[in-house]
Design a protein around this ligand. Sequence first.
Ligand SMILES: [Zn+2]
Length: 395
Amino acid sequence: MISVDLIIENAHILTVSTHEEIANGCVIVKNEKILDVFEGMNKSYRSGTVIDAKGKLVIPGFVDCHTHLVHAGSRANELQYRLQGMSYQKIQEKGGGIYSSVRDTRAASPEELYQQSLERAKLCLKHGTTTAEIKTGYGLNPATEKKMFDVIHRLNDESGLETVATFLGPHVYPDDREPEAYMDWLLNDGLALAKDQAEFVDIYCDIGAYTFEDTERFLKAAKAKNIPLKIHSGQFDALGATGLAADLGAVSADHLDQVTEAEFDALLRAGTVPVFLPGCSYYLKTTYPDARPYLNADMQVALATDYNPGTCPSLSIPMMMSLAVMHMGFTSEEALKAVTLNAAKALKRDKIIGSLEKGKQADILICEIEGIDDIITNFGTNLIGEIIKKGMIVS
Ligand SMILES: [Zn+2]
C-alpha cells in the first residue's frame, strides 16, 4: 500500500479533461498534487484522511479569471440610481462609478484595504473559487496601484485563495490628472511596475474609458516588454480593440457583448480566450451575448464573475454558470469547462490547474449534488461542500 495525504472515494467525478466522467471512482492526493484518478474501488493507497463522497459530485476548483476583488468601500447606493433610470456612464460622469471606488481605495490604509479584500477572498473560497485573478486599477496613481499589488500578493500568501495579479492602470483616465501625463506614466514607470508585480496587463477600451489609439499605444508598449496581454473590450461598443488585442496575441479578451465579425475571426485565428462576464449583463440589465458561435467554432471559451462593486458585486461562479446556460447558449458541461480548464488557460495556468489529472495541483470541490445540472438548476444556492486547495481541506 502506498501512503498518501488524502483519498476521496466512491465519488462521481467530472475531471474536465480527456477522460471526462467517472461514475464511481477515487481521487488520490499527495504532496499538494493529484497522484491518481481512477474508476472503481481503492486497493493501492492508504491515508489518515479518507473522504467518502458517495452521492456527491467531485470537480476541479473554480478559477475566476477576471475580478476586481481588491477595492475599498461599497457602491450599493448606485443600485437605486440605476433603478431610477440613470446609466452606468452617467453615474460615472457624476463622480460615482469607478471614481468613487478610486477615492475610497486611495483613502484606505494598506491594512484596511487588506481586511476588506480578505472578506471577499473568503467568500470566493466558500463558493468554490480556488484561484482568482485580481486586477489593480482603483489607484490610478503610482502609490495606490502599488498598494493594490501588495494586497493581491498578501491575499495569495495568507488567505487560502491563490491569486494572479493583473495591472489595470488604464482602467479609466484619472479625474485629477491630464490624460496625456497619465499615459506617459503608464507607458514608462507603470509598465515597469507591471513587469515587476503582475502576470498580465489589461486595459479597458470602451465608451467612457480608454480610446482605441491609447489602447494601441499601451498594448504595443506592454508587448515590447514581453508582458502577456488582456483586454476589457466590447462591453458597450465595438471600438476595434478586440481585434487589435487578438492580433497582438492577447491571452484573453473579456466582456465581448459587442464584437464585429472581423474581430470574431481575429480571436479564432489568434487562439485568444474569449471571456464572458454574464454577471454584468444580469446586474446592468443589458442583453446577454450569444456564446454559441464561439463554442461551435471550438474556441476555449471562459466565464468569470468580473466581481466589482459597481457592475457585478457577485463572487459566485455557480451563479455565472447558471446565467451562461440559461441565457448565453452554454451546455452545463461547457459552463463547467469555462470556469475551470478554459479559465485556467485565460491565466496561462492550464498546465497546472483547471482539471483533475495526474500531476496537477490538488484543487478539488466536493459538491452536495449528483450531477452538474444541479448547479445550474439550483441557481443562487451554494451547494459546494468540501473545498480542497493544494491538497488541504480549507472549508
Ligand atoms: Zn472587469
